[in-house]
Every structure is written in C-alpha cells, then in structure tokens.
Design a protein around this ligand. Structure first.
Ligand code: DGY
Length: 320
C-alpha cells in the first residue's frame, strides 16, 4: 500500500505508519503542492494524508480513481468538497478532540493579551517609548465577572468556556445550531440568539466551522451590534469575519479590541493595519501548534489511514 503525506510528518504519526510496512512518501518542500502535482502524485497512492489545507474538490476526486481514502491532519474540513468525496466513494477523516485544549488555550491567550494590550506594550519598549509613568496610560480591560459569548459551542468552545469560568468567573452565553446540554449543565451556559450574542458579549469568541452559513457572518452589521468595550476573538477560520469591516470597527471604536489566530488570506500581509493597532493581537494560525497536540493529530490521522487500508471504517470519518 502507498501513502502520500503532503508535509514532513510529526514523529508519533510517522512511527505508526512505518510499523505497518506500507510505502510512505513525505512531501518535505516548504510549499503547497499545486492541484496538478497533487493529482499526479495521487495516481499511484492508496491513501492521502492532507496536512496544511490542500484544496480537494470535485476535479481532484474525479481524477484520483486509485485513491481509497483521505485523512486530514486537521479538525477543519472546509477545504474538502465532502459531497464530491462521497460521490467518488472516498471516505475522509479529520482529527477532532485532540486539539481542543491547545486551541482553546490560544483563544484564552488572545483574550488576555488583547485585554491588556500585551503585544503592543512589548513593542513600545522596543520602540523606546517606555519613558514615563502616567496612571492614565496603557490601560486595559479586566475580564473578571464579564460575559463570554461563544459562537459555535463545540469541544473547543467548551474548553475555552471552562477556563474563563474557572479563572474569571465569566458568565457564558452561546449561539449554536443546537443546544449544548453539557455546557448548560456543567457551565451554566445560556443559549441566546445571534443578535443577543452580539449585544451581550464582553468577549465574543468564534469556534464554528466555516460554511456558507458562517462565511462573513462577522461583518459591519454584526460589529455594529456589539458593545464598544467588547473584544472579538477568532481562532476558527478567517473567512468567518470580514477583515475590512473589522478594521473599520476597530478604527471607529465600535468594538474595543480583537485577537485573531486566523486571517483571510493566510498568511496575512506584513503591512496589514491590524498588526499596528494597540488593542489587536494576531497570531499565525498556531491554535494546535504544540508538540503534544501535533503528535496526537498526526497519530489520529495515521490511525484512520491504517483502519481504512485494512478495510475498516475510518474512526473519525466525516462523510458517513
Ligand atoms: C484545524 O485543525 O482545523 C486547524 O485549524 C489547523 O488547520
């Protein structure tokens, strides 16, 4: 059996694959394969481990008749046309749960960094501007007893809510397609409408999957409904907020601050105005970037491949 991996692969996953005796091809150049290259490479492959968001569309699935399965090393699957995969008879798996702690840590980190302008304050020292103590300067916002709003309360949102409640006694409100009974019971989270979420959140954190329903949902109209003291956090997908509208909302002080681990496009241009705003912190999509989590994700994707190539159902199949 032949397995293609689109990046240099974390050791825990690689070892599991090596132990099977299958032939592994790791693409180790620091660039994304083009679709033509990926299609060509997949002609002889039985399994593809997609790392880094390759676009897998109808053209790809129709052109890769030999492929038996695709394992994504990510929880998000917005780059995959699942209907086309299903039509082509190719199961696709993702890596849920194992990155919830690490990603919710980054949402928490952004919330705290923005609330105290930490990144900007660090830069003021580099710029030689730490020259005076004025009790009215450099002021942040405290998080104690504030309201955390979660858009898309799944596993990652739950972990963030748990940390915010335990650390800052934050009240949790959320908006989802469905009620989250566990969050309501364990965290006293309250289900609210999208409009109430916008109006009541002191910190609004995005955790929903990217879909046609969530694309651009945080736009001018949404920011206009938020509190002038509120902080917007996005660790899900950059296409869920409209960047120009976010820049304007911050410049016009319609909202107070923003923390982003995801941007649109990625990578963000180094002259993007968001990078120079005091109340903004932007990170380069590092939600799951810890040694432990990346190894756990790689192992989970490998286990899906191994199960699939043994003719079993992929444990984390998305297109059932
Ligand atoms: C995920 O797993 O979806 C992360 O955002 C990395 O792409």
């Amino acid at each position: 059996m032949n397995i293609l991996i689109t990046r240099k692969y974390p050791e825990a996953g690689l070892q599991l694959l090596k132990d099977t005796g299958y032939t592994i091809t790791e693409y180790t150049e620091r660039r994304n394969l083009t679709q033509e290259e990926l299609i060509e490479a997949c002609q002889t492959q039985d399994a593809l481990i997609s790392v880094g968001g390759n676009k897998l569309d109808e053209t790809f699935f129709n052109a890769c008749g030999h492929l038996k399965l695709v394992a994504l090393m990510s929880v998000g699957y917005n780059n995959v046309d699942m209907k086309a995969a299903t039509r082509a008879g190719i199961p696709v798996s993702n890596t849920p749960d194992v990155l919830s702690d690490a990603t919710s840590d980054v949402a928490f980190l952004l919330m705290l960094a923005v609330s105290r302008k930490a990144i900007y304050m660090h830069q003021t020292i580099i710029d030689g501007k730490w020259d005076f103590y004025d009790p009215n300067e450099n002021l942040g916002i405290e998080l104690y007893n504030k309201t955390l709003g979660i858009f898309g309360l799944g596993k990652i949102g739950f972990e963030l809510a748990k940390k915010c409640k335990a650390t800052y006694n934050m009240q949790v409100i959320y908006h989802n397609r469905n009620h989250n009974d566990k969050a309501e019971q364990e965290l006293e989270a309250k289900y609210v409408s999208f409009d109430e979420l916008l109006q009541q959140s002191d910190v609004l954190s995005v955790h929903a999957n990217l879909s046609s329903a969530t694309k651009d949902i945080f736009n001018k109209e949404a920011f206009n409904r938020m509190k002038p003291t509120s902080i917007f956090i996005n660790t899900a997908r950059g296409q869920e907020h409209n960047e120009q509208d976010l820049i304007q909302a911050l410049q016009q002080k319609i909202i107070w601050g923003a923390g982003l681990d995801v941007t649109n496009p990625e990578p963000m241009a180094k002259d993007n105005p968001l990078l120079f705003m005091p109340n903004v912190c932007v990170l380069p999509h590092i939600g799951s970037a810890t040694t432990e989590t990346r190894n756990a994700m790689a192992a989970m994707a490998a286990q899906n491949v191994i199960a699939g190539l043994q003719g079993k159902q992929l444990p984390n199949i998305v297109n059932k």
